[in-house]
Ligand binder design. Structure first.
Ligand code: AMP
Ligand code: MG
Length: 349
């Protein structure tokens, strides 16, 4: 299959830009598109055939449900017959935006889309291209991250091209979004709301709107054996090819440890990369040091994380050492992704 690349100027969006993409989606094809979080791999969410193509293109396990993207808040009433007051309050407060809400599904949502679950994950993205595309297509769009299953999520059209060229009908290039990490997922289908995946909308932000919110213990990386409630969170994910370790502890010790490892690796002819915060980049001696951004600005770190992991692969790094982050607010989302990318390989000094 030939993958069409379509560039869109997001400051100058024209309805006509989306007519081909909309036709592809209505005909059960696959179109990758930018959102404010990461690039999504879109297909008609209400068509089992279209949804099944997503799983095939990504190599995604079929029990890992897809998020359904909408362009109008009231669409939520079509996808669920049990829209709770809390769901309405969260949609009002955070949509369009990086929050996915899980509710009991209505009969129109096929089990192929929900990975066999009775619940459906719904999000209204805050991105002009995504919203316009959903509207023009006239269908709800199931869209997981547009990467090969297991790899870091794509934050640019080039990343999507690397993974999906020849496997999907079209890639819409609308530049990079400003968040860079996947949405926060909150499950409202049970009594107590529960965060199944941390993101840049934090527990505290949700609690301001709906009161007590719990966090699925399995996602915090503390208990390695706990089974996560979001099926996707149990799979290895975001992983670079090089061996990634998170190094935790006193800054000076972290720097000394990583530099020592880099020197030892060099003797073995192995290449070492460091994912560092701006405060420390100059202290490392390694083959490649990626500046993730300042510790004072975790949003920037979140935005750069996946590009950093992919860059290490492009440069064939054998070992990658990442600094660690506070397990709270956006730091919690960063640590959640890093821990999964590292396969729980954390070095505590
Ligand atoms: P992605 O689309 O790649 O960002 O992944 C979507 C994430 O949402 C995966 O971790 C899924 O397991 C999770 N998810 C989607 N739908 C549901 C649902 N109905 N219940 C629980 N988790 C869900
Ligand atoms: Mg994903």
């Amino acid at each position: 299959m030939e993958t069409i690349l379509k560039k869109v100027d997001i400051d100058n969006i024209d309805k006509a830009d989306f007519s081909d993409a909309a036709s592809i989606l209505r005909a059960d094809g696959l179109v990758a598109f930018p959102t404010e979080t990461v690039y999504g791999l879109g297909a008609n969410a209400l068509s089992p055939l279209a949804a099944s193509k997503i799983y095939a293109a990504k190599g995604r396990p079929s029990d890992n449900p897809l998020i359904v993207h909408i362009a109008d808040k009231k669409d939520i009433y079509e996808l669920s017959n049990n829209v709770t007051d809390k769901a309405v309050a969260l949609a009002k407060a955070f949509w369009p935006g990086p929050l996915t809400i899980i509710l009991e599904k209505s009969e129109i949502v096929p089990m192929t889309t929900t990975g066999g679950l009775d619940t459906v994950a719904i999000r209204m993205p805050n991105h002009k291209v995504a919203l316009k595309l959903i509207k023009e297509a006239g269908v709800y769009i199931a869209a997981p991250s547009a990467n090969t299953s297991g790899k870091p999520s794509p934050t640019s059209a080039a990343h999507v091209y690397e993974d999906m060229n020849g496997r999907i009908d079209m890639i819409i290039d609308g530049g990079s979004g400003d968040i860079g990490l996947e949405s926060t997922i909150v499950d409202l289908s049970d009594e107590v709301p529960m965060i199944l995946r941390p993101g840049c909308i934090t527990k505290e932000m949700l609690e301001e709107v709906i009161g007590t919110v719990e966090v699925d213990k399995a996602i915090l990386g503390i208990d390695n054996s706990a089974k996560p409630k979001a099926p996707g969170m149990k799979y290895k994910h975001y992983a670079p090819k090089g061996e990634l370790a998170i190094v935790e502890g006193d800054v000076a010790k972290v720097i000394a440890y990583i530099n020592e490892k880099a020197a030892a690796n060099e003797k073995e002819d192995l290449k070492t990369a460091v994912l560092a915060t701006s405060e420390n980049v100059f202290a490392y001696e390694a083959d490649y040091v990626y500046d993730l951004g300042s510790r004072e600005n975790e949003d920037a770190v979140a935005r750069h994380l996946y590009a950093a992991l992919r860059r290490c692969d492009e440069l064939d790094m054998d070992y990658i050492y990442a600094e660690s982050f506070e397990n709270q607010a956006v730091g919690q989302a960063i640590m959640n992704r890093l821990i999964k990318a590292a396969g729980h390989n954390i070095i505590r000094l």
